[in-house]
Design a protein around this ligand. Structure first.
Ligand code: ZN
Ligand code: ZN
Length: 566
């Protein structure tokens, strides 16, 4: 046993990275010298920025493994019904995938418009149930993800506005909510109106007569008559104008298939403003050809009351199936089968995604705040980590266990991460492609004593020890450099100096969860070039392709251009 010397951590003071990294590595070697360091230790470059004074602290810290975060898929899906202005076209159910952050209703509309070839200005999103309705305005600032969360309890619709309503004079327009219901009998045998479908909005003009109101409502629901009309007469009925068809099924019919009622239950007035009765319970809008909508509106004294209509389907012809009111074409199902394989592929996370996530600057929290020597205070600084030098044996660990404070935040990420078996080029994630053992120490610092404080290692083979931490550069001799010049480019004789290739030779798997679990391993036999699976006392042969599973927890990679020799 030896006493390890005290070393102070080295912080860059505007010196070149290579010099600071070298000094930090020497510091590391003063306290740690072993085959473990030579094989497994690399160097991080960590950069901490103070949010208050902008002081930047750069350090080069040794590591023996890299913990990679697994990025969570940041895409969500929202589905809804698109109701065409022309009701003859069946409503469609659509599902749209969108990025969770910074995606607004206006963006959603653009996507819908693109898919259905519609004008985004001609429809709007509405939450509607059988009992309530809420128009989504503020399309610029409402997040798509917000309405997706709300949607759990409601139905979401995109209502296309008919051209004639868009063009109508805004001063003459009145939007009226329509509640479709049907007459039914309650348990106690009294007549009740059962909601039949979700609330829609129909645009009327103040100048409309009650007849025109009836025709407009008929026009809106005409599709259920068209659809169900007996085959022999269907063609001629469909060819009729709305007025003619209305006269046929309503004006000239003995049994009126529907009646419009005022919704009076929301009014605060003591007596009904339309029929004068107390609690009239949605009295009927009597059909005539002279009273106008303006006349009806003038009767309303309660300023908080908005006119709404209940459309009660009662004596509909037998052939009319009221269920077709809610019919739609489900595009989400078709989409699911068509894009199944595609979406599966794109949802896979790769190890490159993990490295990218690892390199993202992170803001430190309260609990691991950083002490800024300039501010003399703990700060929630921004920290950025990069790999400065990677070791010959690179150990990668997936952060599968979430350490949250609440029950929901804890747990294991079971996402499969794709990783290469051979030819894993990590060059874009490593700043300096030399091995940590490749620092040209003697040439930078004259008279450098490789073992200034640590006495002879227990091993008898001191030549090996010296070689190890100094020039374990392996394939060839360290390339020649001029005296005093730093040789940053010497990358162990790699064929392509821009690439940095590693190959996998072992995987540790974890099954189970936080509390309990089971570990197994895959490992490669270099002599036979074969993979094996180790599960307790059982060892089986394995294909290289099958070692990448969602259970993968720790990966062992070997630098390809490095030949191990001691
Ligand atoms: Zn009334
Ligand atoms: Zn500061």
């Amino acid at each position: 046993m030896r006493v390890k010397p005290f070393t102070e951590s080295i912080e860059s003071e505007n010196e070149p990275d290579y010099e600071v990294a070298l000094k930090s590595w020497q510091n590391h070697l003063k306290r740690n010298q072993s085959i473990i360091v030579d094989l497994f230790h690399g160097q991080f470059k960590s950069q901490i920025t103070c949010p208050t004074c902008s002081r930047v602290s750069i350090t080069f810290d040794p590591f023996n493994s890299v913990s990679l975060p697994i990025p969570v898929k940041k895409e969500k899906e929202i589905d809804f019904f698109f109701i065409h202005a022309n009701n003859e076209k069946k409503a469609v159910k659509l599902a749209i995938t969108y990025p969770k952050a910074n995606h607004f209703v206006k963006d959603l509309k653009k996507e819908v418009a693109r898919r259905l070839k519609k004008n985004p200005d001609n429809f709007h999103f509405v939450f509607s149930t059988y009992h309530a309705k809420e128009v989504i305005d503020k399309e610029e600032t409402t997040l798509t993800n917000e309405i997706r969360k709300k949607k759990r309890f409601k139905n979401l619709f995109a209502f296309e506005i008919p051209q004639e309503d868009l063009q109508a004079d805004p001063n003459d327009k009145v939007n009226i909510d329509i509640h479709p219901t049907k007459k039914g009998t309650s348990y106690y045998n009294s007549d009740i109106h059962k909601p039949l479908s979700f609330i829609r909005t129909v645009t009327m003009l103040k100048s409309y007569t009650v007849r025109q109101i009836y025709v407009k409502i008929f026009k809106y629901f005409r599709f259920i008559f068209n659809e169900n009309w007996p085959e022999e007469e269907k063609e001629s009925f469909v060819a009729l104008s709305d007025e003619e068809a209305f006269d046929k099924v309503w004006t000239n019919a003995e049994k009126k298939p529907f009646l419009i009622h005022f919704v009076t239950t929301y009014s605060m007035a003591d007596n009904c403003e339309f029929c004068g009765e107390k609690r009239c319970g949605n009295c009927v809008l009597n059909y005539d050809e002279t009273t106008t909508l303006a006349d009806l509106l003038s009767k309303i004294k309660d300023p908080t009351y908005h006119l709404e209509f209940e459309v009660v389907f009662d004596q509909v012809p037998d052939f009319v199936n009221l269920d077709s009111l809610n019919g739609f074409t489900d595009l989400t199902k078709r989409k699911a089968s068509e894009e199944d394989t595609k979406s599966q592929e794109s949802s896979n996370v790769t190890i490159e995604d993990c490295f990218e996530q690892f390199e993202l600057p992170e803001q430190l929290g309260e609990e691991n705040a950083w002490y800024c020597s300039k501010c003399k205070e703990h700060q929630k600084a921004t920290k950025k980590m990069e790999i400065y030098k990677a070791p010959p044996i690179l150990v990668l660990h997936f952060k599968r266990f979430k350490s949250g404070t609440s029950f929901y935040k804890k747990g294991k990420i079971t996402q499969k991460v794709d990783f290469p078996i051979d030819d894993f080029d990590i060059s874009r994630f490593v700043i300096n492609k030399e091995l940590p053992t490749d620092y040209n120490v003697e040439k930078i610092i004259p008279n450098f004593d490789p073992e200034p404080t640590i006495a002879e290692a227990s091993t008898q083979d001191d030549s090996a020890a010296t070689q190890n931490h100094n020039t374990m550069n392996v394939e060839d001799e360290t390339p020649e450099t001029k005296n005093g010049e730093m040789n940053v480019e010497s990358s162990s004789g790699a064929a392509n100096p821009d690439s940095l290739q590693y190959s996998l030779f072992a995987v540790v798997n974890h099954y189970g969860n936080m509390g309990f679990g089971h570990y197994t391993a895959y490992a490669k036999n270099h002599v036979q070039d074969s993979w094996h699976y180790f599960d307790d006392s059982r060892v089986t042969n394995e294909n290289a392709e099958s070692v990448c599973t969602p259970a993968a927890y720790v990966l062992f990679y070997k630098r390809k251009d490095w030949k191990f020799k001691i």
